[in-house]
Design a protein around this ligand. Structure first.
Ligand code: NIG
Ligand code: FE
Length: 413
């Protein structure tokens, strides 16, 4: 593969594992070491990183790009999205603006179930098309790794269609895509009066079949009031784990439910949302090494309280940031906006937000050895910002600072 040299980089922010990896955080999320006037040599992987003046003459390259006046950062890792779906819920959004709650709309058969009905009437190609459009938008805003969940099918057949659509997106869009099975996103209408039968179906048929087809790496569940109970969540997650799925939990998003405690007890890789997470929940997550994935775009859209990011960081939890891009509670694939919301509304510093949206996102996907930081041998995933000063990404908000996105060594934007 062609070798490229980037030189004269005004600010290079690497977010290394040594500084910010698992076991090394020690409250240091706030510190980012910056290399000035830096250079990077890469093929599909980073091969040399240092200051421009130290670049060894004997190393060869095919092209050189002058990055004077530019910032280079790792590409964003968006570790939580529901980007593959069908239909339109802008009417619900408008109702919520007039004061109707998310829970009220869901109880009338709207919300997740409205999207389920659209998905069941869509073809795999239509689902993939929506996913591709959102993945391309994400890429334009600097995302180079994105997780996508199923969860709007709620039957084996429709969940398979969603996962196959994600697979098509993976082949068509040149960024890394990691997939998650979320058949436990809600109860389908045909089992609304017989919830335990749907739980059995998930355990006995859906999880084994999806595992057999190799369509998802993670299993996620919505553990909250009105959705999956702690007891059912544990049964489903135990079965998923026994089959080899890695675990994620939508935890304490709408109410304080004890879901973070459960996620810790189940050794989930991440617990996500956490708007109503308790002290005990944080303790359980810390003990298990479960990552706290915060999704401030959802609190913003639903006009709910934000997750207690400061307390989590002070208690030494690994905090990641993601979009939650979905048609109901947060319809944006833009990670730059998420950084902005995290800083202004959750009290995170710019440095913490950058760490949380790159290496810590990779940790939430167990992909920290592949992506999330600019280090030798890791995948050459990075973004070039059209500014000489990284704080602009939050300070000068509402504009797209990404001039170029590179994923796996290729310029994709
Ligand atoms: O992460 N909490 C559950 N799932 C999504 C919302 C899904 C929807 O409203 O369509 C979330 O917020
Ligand atoms: Fe979500």
């Amino acid at each position: 593969m062609k070798k490229t040299l980037l030189k004269n980089i005004a600010q290079l922010i690497r977010v290394t594992q040594q500084e910010h990896g698992r076991g090394n955080i020690n409250g240091a999320m706030n510190e980012l070491s910056i290399l000035h006037d830096a250079a990077i040599l890469f093929s599909d992987r980073f091969e040399w990183i240092g200051s421009s003046a130290d670049f060894p003459n004997e190393l060869s390259y095919d092209q050189v790009i002058d990055c004077s006046g530019k910032v280079i950062l790792p590409g964003f890792v968006d570790s939580h999205t529901h980007c593959v779906f069908a239909g339109d819920r802008s009417d619900e959004f408008a109702r919520r603006l007039r004061g109707v709650s998310y829970t009220q709309i869901a109880s009338e058969g709207g919300g997740i179930l409205a999207t389920v009905s659209s998905v069941r009437n869509a073809s795999i190609e239509e689902l993939a098309e929506r996913g591709m459009k959102l993945a391309m938008e994400a890429m334009n805003y600097g995302t180079t790794t994105i997780e996508m969940k199923s969860g709007y099918g709620l039957s084996l057949e429709s969940e398979l269609s969603l996962l196959k659509a994600i697979d098509i997106v993976r082949k068509e869009v040149p960024i890394r895509i990691i997939s998650t099975f979320m058949g436990a996103h809600d109860f389908p209408p045909e089992y609304s009066d017989d919830r335990s039968t749907y739980v059995d179906l998930l355990i006995n048929e859906m999880l084994p079949s999806i595992k057999e087809q190799g369509l998802a790496e993670f299993c996620d569940i919505f553990t909250d009031t009105g959705y999956f109970t702690i007891h059912d969540s544990m049964r489903i997650l135990e079965s998923a784990s026994a089959l080899g799925f890695k675990l994620k939990v939508h935890a304490d998003e709408l109410t304080p439910f004890g879901a973070a405690e459960m996620a810790g007890a189940m050794h989930a890789v991440s617990a996500d949302h956490l708007l109503f997470c308790s002290q005990e929940g944080m303790k359980a997550m810390k003990q298990a090494g479960t990552i706290a994935t915060l999704l401030p775009g959802t609190a913003y859209t639903l006009k709910l309280q934000y997750a207690p990011a400061r307390t989590m960081i002070e208690q030494g939890l690994i905090v990641a940031l993601a979009t939650d891009c979905n048609p109901g509670s947060c319809y944006t694939p833009n990670m730059q906006l998420i950084l902005s919301l995290a800083c202004t509304n959750m009290g995170m510093s710019i440095e913490e937000a950058i760490t949380a949206s790159t290496l810590h996102g990779a940790l939430a996907l167990c992909a920290e050895d592949i992506c999330g930081s600019i280090e030798v041998n890791k995948s050459a995933d990075f973004i070039m910002l059209d500014t000489h000063s990284y704080p602009d990404i939050v300070y000068h908000f509402g504009v797209n600072h990404v001039q170029e996105t590179w994923a796996m060594g290729k310029r994709v934007v």
